[in-house]
Design a protein around this ligand. Sequence first.
Ligand code: SAM
Length: 251
Amino acid sequence: MDNAFIAKWFSWDHRMPLKWHRAINRFLRYSRVGAQLNPASFRWGGMANIEARMNLFHLASQCAEFKVPGDFVEIGCNVGESSVCLQHIVNTLAPEKNIHFFDSFEGVPETTGKDAELHVYGKGDMSTSLFAFYDTFRRAGLAQPEHVHQGWFEETIPQYLPEKISFALLDGDLYSSTNHVLPHLYDRMSPGAVCMLGVYYDDTVLSRPHTIPQYKSPGVKMATDEFFAGKAEKVSVLYAGEYSNGYFRKR
Ligand SMILES: C[S@@+](CC[C@H](N)C(=O)[O-])C[C@H]1O[C@@H](n2cnc3c(N)ncnc32)[C@H](O)[C@@H]1O
C-alpha cells in the first residue's frame, strides 16, 4: 500500500520554500539572520507532523496487513486527521475490520490530581465538534464512519470497546485519560497487536528543551510507565520531531 496519501493530505510536498520564500531567505542569509521561511506543513490545521503520521502508517498497516485479530480503535481523535489515515489503511488492507473512534469533541475534561498539578492543560483545551470530525472524512473522500463514541472516556470505555483489538492509537494527553484507558486496551489487545501512544515524551531518549509543554504531555508517560512497571512489554519512543510518540506491541 502506498503512503503517498499522507504527503498529499498534509501538503508535505509543498514544504520546499517557494520562489518568494527563497527571495526573502536570500535576504535573511545576507543579513546573517539565522532563520528562513517555509510554507506551513498542514492543509487542515494539524495535531501532528508528517513524521508522526508516517509512524502511524507503518504501525497500523502492519497490524492490518498481517491480520492481527480484532478491530482498530482510536481514543482521542479530535478533528479526525489521524482517524482518516487509519480509515484509509483499514479500507485498503483490512476492510473486514471495524474502527471505533472515541472523543468528547469538547476537549479535555476538568483537570484534577496529577493533571492539575502538572498544569499543562485546562478544561476544554483542544475542543472541537462532531461536525468537524465528520467533515474531515468528507474532505478526505471517505464515507462517514459508523462507530463514533462521543463522551468522556471514563463513560464510554470499556463499554464501547470492541472485544478484540488489533491496533490502538491512544492519544488523550492527560494522566487521568491514559490511566483510565490503558488497562482496558491492554486487556483486549491480541498478541502482536500494537498500541501507539500520542505524545509519549521521554527526555532520556530524546531531549527537546525548547519544545512547549503541550508537545510533551508529561502525564502520558507518567501513567504509561506506572502501568508497565513489571510487565513484559516495553514502550519504545518514535522520533517525530516535536511530536514524538511511543508504542508497544502486546506479547
Ligand atoms: C491530541 S488530541 C487527539 C489528536 C488526534 N489523535 C490526531 O493525531 O490528530 C487529544 C484528544 O483527546 C480528547 N480527550 C482527552 N481526554 C479525554 C477524556 N477523558 N474524554 C474524552 N476525550 C478526551 C480531547 O478532546 C482531544 O480531542
